[in-house]
Write a protein that binds this ligand. Structure first.
Ligand code: EPZ
Length: 420
């Protein structure tokens, strides 16, 4: 199993290019199930979850053509389908497989998708996806760990999400494009990844209004057609590199990002004393000349501070002066990285959904274990500033969502290598 070896203490300098957004590309790939025509995608990140989604679509006999694997450009065509099933073996490695549920039932009238179960960051049920499809007339049956959905044609409905859910909004949005009549989604997720999906669906002929707001109206159409789409830049990868620049007191130019999606993280980093300077379109320079100051943060749905940036921010807080109270409101168990960084010498107390960090504390290299994707990123950030050598086990988590993170960091002057 691969691990990372990091020799910390190096200041990062140079330019890093951000890849396409994993969490936009995944629903966008699932949306290709909604049409028999070709969907051409560009700026797809070369990460493990994309390969898993491609495998899942290929298992259903969708035709996935990519120049290389993992790809950055890909064409998906689903003229016919042999299985309308997302099996447990694939769903257990990637919860986003559940995004095939809405498109399959909408176009083929039947879907059988393994229930994802809990994961390292919390229970993560999909009850809101299921309730919404039921409201649209799908007959749902949960049996042997699978959710089966059946509907001759889904019907438009008024759906209020009791809780804001990103993939729930995406699943139901996709389903509603082919439903009969109008669907109104309220309390929908406003994440840029939802907007990117809606933009593709509109190119495919879907009738959608209110994109980017919490009320989305969809007028169903009988058929969608092919389209060409470039996936938005990954705001979480961009945020992670902004923190890499800040934590190493470096000077990095982050390119190919969308600063408009990074408002909450930019504001928070500036509050901590980090300089973030826009340098032309899609480019942000990050550097630190004075002291890093701690600041409290509470995770929220977009446009608030993303839960997917919480772990990386915690690593930064260990190097900032004073107390930072980090409150996680989205997932119930998302502080696994804290106990690992504690072992490196940080001063962190976790009390329920709060982590209280007192800084700055010197970190020293240790052998630590990555528990999920963003936790892995925070351990890499901690390793970059630790003295001596840090070994991070189970880095397969980081490969799910970061494209060649070690090469990108090495190009900035970090000493990080992948060892078997
Ligand atoms: C998406 O997960 C992202 N995944 C996650 O990215 C991200 O952390 C999360 O949104 C929050 O921003 C993808 O886009 C593929 P939710 P999702 O449904 O959609 C509860 C990463 O590291 N809930 O918005 O699964 C749920 O338990 C990750 O890239 C229900 O109760 O998250 C959570 O507490 C991990 N019932 C909250 O809502 C439901 O039916 C928000 O979850 C659905 C969700």
């Amino acid at each position: 199993m691969d691990r990372f070896k990091i020799e910390g203490g190096r200041r990062l300098e140079g330019t890093v290019q951000i890849s396409g957004a994993k969490n936009a590309a995944l629903p966008i790939m699932a949306a290709a199930l909604l049409t028999s025509e070709k969907v051409h995608l560009d700026n797809v990140p070369r990460v493990r979850d994309i390969i898993t989604m491609a495998k899942l679509l290929a298992h259903m006999k969708a035709h996935v053509v990519a120049q290389d694997l993992p790809p950055s450009a890909m064409t998906i065509q689903t003229e016919e389908i042999s299985h309308t099933e997302a099996p447990y073996e694939l769903v257990k490695t990637m919860r986003a497989s559940v995004l095939t549920l809405g498109p399959l039932v909408a176009r083929f009238g039947y879907a059988r998708v393994s229930l994802p179960g809990g994961c390292a960051i919390g229970a993560r049920p999909i009850d809101l996806h299921i309730q919404a499809l039921e409201k649209m007339g799908a007959k749902i049956n949960i049996d042997h760990g699978y959710v089966e959905a059946r509907a001759e044609r889904l019907l438009g409905a008024e759906i209020h999400f009791d809780k804001i859910t990103v993939t729930g909004t995406e699943n139901v949005l996709m389903a509603a494009t082919l439903a009969e009549g109008e669907t109104i989604l309220t309390n929908s997720a406003r994440e840029p990844e939802v907007t990117d999906l809606a933009d593709l669906l509109i190119k495919m002929g879907a009738k959608i209004e209110g994109v980017g707001t919490s009320t989305i109206r969809i007028r169903g159409v009988p058929k969608l057609h092919g389209a060409t789409h470039k996936v938005i830049p990954d705001r979480i990868e961009a945020g992670t590199f902004l923190i890499a620049g800040a934590i190493t007191r470096g000077d990095i130019l982050v390119t190919n990002c969308d600063p408009g999606h990074l408002g909450a993280i930019i504001d928070k980093l500036r509050e901590c004393g980090v300089e973030i300077i826009p340098e032309g379109s899609g480019r942000l320079r990050v550097r630190v000349s004075g002291k890093l100051r701690g600041a409290d943060v509470t995770t929220e749905e977009y446009p608030g501070f993303a839960t997917d940036m919480q772990a990386q921010y915690l690593a930064l807080a260990t190097q900032a002066e004073g107390k930072s109270v980090i409150t996680e409101t989205i997932f119930e168990n998302r502080f696994m990285h804290a106990s690992e960084i504690l072992r490196m010498g940080a001063n962190i107390e976790v009390e329920g959904r709060k982590a209280i960090v007192h800084g700055p504390t010197p970190l020293s290299g240790a052998t630590i274990i990555a528990s999920d994707l963003r936790a892995s990123a925070s351990l890499v950030l901690a390793g970059l500033v630790a003295s001596n050598t840090t070994y991070i086990d189970r880095v397969y988590h980081i490969d799910r969502g970061y494209e060649r993170i070690e090469s990108k960091l090495c190009a900035l002057g970090a000493r990080i290598e992948r060892i078997g």
